[in-house]
Design a protein around this ligand. Structure first.
Ligand SMILES: CC(C)(COP(=O)(O)OP(=O)(O)OC[C@H]1O[C@@H](n2cnc3c(N)ncnc32)[C@H](O)[C@@H]1OP(=O)(O)O)[C@@H](O)C(=O)NCCC(=O)NCCS
Length: 198
């Protein structure tokens, strides 16, 4: 029987549970440190995050914060990759463990996606991109070809990263921003064209 342990009983976790059902997981449970949450998307919350290793099954961390996601994933065994059947992924894409790819996402040829990433609903990443570990390409964000997204960077919903652009580690790109030139300093960037938020 395919069993999945989802760490984080959040909205993001719900979406992951749906992907798991579509991928044939027959038993799905959640772990969460909030004792008031007893179920998520119809599946039970059966324990706390620190006890994850005691639960049998493949595992996925469903926590939006990149540093927390990394911290939890690095201590886990049995971490899997989840891809919605309605995502379109080129045959020449590499995807690291712990990454989830949501419905409607498109990833084109020769792109490398690291560990623990979130490629969210309807996001696109074009050819020859590098997406660093634990980064998040939010709902409807678009990354054009030959772009590089640094580790832990969060591309906000509807944002655009133009082609050949490189963004360093641990940046936040605000919703709707358009990044047209390299970003070499970690920080929050907003607007069109994107500028560092003061
Ligand atoms: C960029 C962001 C992180 C800033 O958050 P914050 O630090 O809490 O900022 P605030 O909401 O306090 O706003 C501060 C100022 O920045 C402006 N601002 C915030 N986000 C902005 C954005 N995306 N584009 C343009 N301006 C923005 C606000 O209007 C405000 O301007 P003001 O000072 O003139 O009133 C946040 O607004 C954002 O875009 N988050 C992404 C959310 C997202 O994509 N979620 C996806 C889930 S899949």
């Amino acid at each position: 029987m395919k069993k999945l342990v989802i760490i984080g009983a959040s909205g993001h976790g719900k979406v992951i549970a749906d992907i798991a059902v579509k991928n044939g997981y027959e038993e799905i449970v959640f772990l969460d440190d909030n004792e008031n949450i007893v179920e998520c998307a119809g599946f039970p919350v059966v324990g706390k995050v620190e006890n994850a290793e005691n639960f049998f099954g493949e595992k996925i961390v469903a926590i939006g914060n990149a540093k927390i996601r990394e911290q939890i994933q690095k201590n886990l065994t049995g971490v899997t990759i989840l891809i919605h059947p309605d995502a379109v992924i080129s045959r020449r894409v590499e995807i690291g463990i712990g990454t989830v790819v949501m419905a409607g996402a498109i990833v084109n040829s020769d792109t490398v996606i690291g560990k623990g990433c979130i490629i969210n609903t309807g996001a696109s990443i074009d050819h020859d991109c590098k997406v660093g570990d634990f980064s998040h390409i939010s709902v409807g964000a678009h990354v054009a070809g030959i772009a590089e997204i640094g580790k832990g960077t969060w591309i906000g919903t509807g944002a655009i990263v133009s082609n050949n652009v490189s963004i360093c580690e641990y940046c936040t790109i605000g919703a709707g921003a358009v990044v047209i030139s390299n970003i070499n300093k970690s920080g929050t960037y907003i607007g069109v064209p994107a500028k560092e938020k003061q």
